[in-house]
Design a protein around this ligand. Structure first.
Ligand code: NG6
Ligand code: CA
Length: 525
């Protein structure tokens, strides 16, 4: 393993970290196409679901919902049982995936408000800058949620910096989440379809304008909030935050999956003759869950089940487009999710009432917001017919934070110590050439409460963070005392062994503290 932790390495790492300057505000590096075997490189598509649980797909055991096209990806490639998002919420998971650095290392990388500035410094090495340098055409479609603009986004002008300043050639995005204002799409640097005579104003502190709110006008709602989400009403659904103006640009939730998929399929078409990377970030099954009418009633679980069927449809459009263009063999498709599942996340959409026997996190405890396994262990599937043998199931521990180093290895780009500091080259595990993945991984719950997995042992730091996340009923795993679980015998983290094996708990605790202190987990050999 490349990630052994010993004192000498940590001292070296700490010294190197001291010499690192702050990341400069500069333009992404130009595309050079310098990698050696460009012909051997695959196109890469990451399909990223939002709040989809480990067991929300039929290939991970779900029976109340069928996802045949995602199952087919797994059948034609490799399915991981220990695939991880870095955090149990969206923004820190995405931050870590793009930068290769755990988000808890930096302040202010928790769930971003809808008017947050860009949370990643332009000019910094990211998973996308690496691919761009290697000659890839790079595109982003869908949910962003990493902030936009230098201080805040200028919704009526040029919205920058954003994905384009991080190395994407193009983007078509939901700025934050479907439940946050402004409810408009941004294409490259501008709001799509904005009428300049009806400018957008956004306020997260106080009500602005005369637009109805969910709180004052519940009779206008087609979906009622259960907690929060009672501010400006857009398309019959009240959101987090207040906005006015921009009416012509407001999205229609029912058409969101179609719109994003059309853009993703279009990106593939436009770049079919060159090497491309597409980050396709779905909105589903995040709240508000509003399937297109052709998916309504497709499951017994109500909107949450129906939008999972909608996800499967989106994936099918991508795989069919690859087939149509003859690109299937030479394209690496990765399907995963930004964090674990949640049922009631703020709207009364029957997710709780109609879940039946379905267990969105499978055998794991907790879900979104939690540092129990259900928070970060997610579906993780990779298909690349040219290099990955079909029908593999791997128990290797692999994380989205590894994409940067893995893509760097794929393209032959060495990484300096300070670049992507928590990212490991997992190419062998990803391709199914090795059953070994990481030996350890840090899992971030809300309020920076950390879990730490080493092999089959799982440690939770003592934490005073909230035990239950808002009104979701989800146990965040936060406890004032240390917890230790043996995931092999107890995947559901029910029996705390910290008192029975104090040395083991202390060992994991010490490793986690070292990882925190050194500022990085990938150490020089
Ligand atoms: C929470 C919201 C939740 C969701 C989440 C972000 C409330 C009470 N809850 O603050 O509905 O929007 O943020 O989800 O407002 S994430 O998947 O983007 O991280
Ligand atoms: Ca999410």
């Amino acid at each position: 393993m490349q990630c052994h932790l010993n004192r000498r390495d940590f001292v070296k790492a700490a010294a190197a970290a001291l010499t690192m300057g702050p990341h400069a505000w500069s333009q992404p590096r130009p595309r050079t196409g310098s990698s050696k075997d460009a012909k051997e490189l695959p196109n890469i598509i990451i399909i990223y679901a939002d709040d989809l649980g480990w067991a929300d797909l039929s290939c991970y055991g779900a029976t109340a919902v069928q996802t045949p096209h995602i199952d087919q990806l797994a059948q034609e490639g490799i399915r991981f049982t220990s695939g991880y998002a870095s955090a149990a919420t969206c923004t820190p998971s995405r931050y870590a995936m793009l930068t290769g650095e755990y988000a808890w290392r930096q302040p202010g990388k928790g769930i971003a408000p809808g008017d947050s500035p860009l949370l990643i410094e332009p000019g910094r090495t990211t998973m996308v800058s690496i691919l761009r340098e290697a000659g890839y055409a790079t595109g982003m479609v869908g949910k962003w949620h990493l902030g936009l603009g230098k201080e805040r986004p200028d919704w009526n002008g040029k919205i920058a910096p954003g994905p384009l300043e991080l190395g994407f050639d193009s983007c078509f995005l939901i700025p934050a989440t479907g439940d946050r204002v402004p409810c408009v799409f941004v294409e490259n640097h501008h709001v799509v379809g904005l009428n300049p005579e009806d400018p957008i104003e956004v306020n997260y502190q106080k009500r602005i304008g005369i637009a109805p709110t969910g709180k004052d006008n519940p009779e206008l709602l087609k979906m009622h909030p259960s907690h929060g989400h009672d501010m400006t009403l857009i398309n019959g659904i009240s959101r987090i935050g207040y906005m006015r103006g921009g009416y012509a640009a407001w999205w229609t939730d029912e058409q969101m999956a179609d719109k994003l998929t059309e853009k993703a399929v279009g990106f593939i078409e436009d770049h079919k003759d060159e090497l491309f990377f597409l980050y396709f970030s779905l909105h589903d099954p995040h709240v508000p869950r509003v399937p297109h009418e052709r998916f309504v009633g497709k499951t017994s679980m109500g909107p949450r089940g129906d939008v999972i069927v909608q996800i499967d449809w989106c994936v099918r459009q991508i795989t069919e487009q690859l087939n149509r263009l003859g690109l299937t063999e030479k394209t690496l498709v990765i399907f995963t999710s930004d964090n674990g599942p949640v049922l009631d996340d703020g709207y009364r959409d029957q997710a709780v009432e109609r879940v039946g026997d379905h267990k969105p996190a499978g055998p794991f405890r907790g879900g979104k917001y939690s540092r129990f396994e259900g928070g970060t262990r997610v579906p993780f599937i990779a298909r690349w017919p040219r290099r990955i043998r079909p029908a593999q199931v791997s128990d290797a521990i692999i994380s989205q934070v590894d994409f940067t180093a893995t893509f760097a290895a794929l393209t032959g780009r060495p990484l300096a110590d300070y670049e992507a500091p928590d990212s490991f080259n997992m190419l062998d595990a990803l391709l199914g050439n090795s059953a070994d993945g990481r030996d350890h991984i840090v899992q971030e719950g809300i309020q920076n409460a950390l879990g730490f997995r080493l092999g089959h042992w799982k440690y939770h730091e003592p934490s005073n963070a909230a035990r239950i996340a808002w009104q979701t009923g989800i146990d965040t795993g936060a406890r004032p005392e240390p917890q230790l679980y043996n995931l092999k015998d107890d995947p559901g983290e029910t029996t705390n062994l910290a008192q029975r094996y104090p040395e083991k708990a202390e060992h994991l605790h010490a490793m986690l503290q070292q990882l925190k202190r050194t500022g990085r987990s990938r150490l020089s050999p």
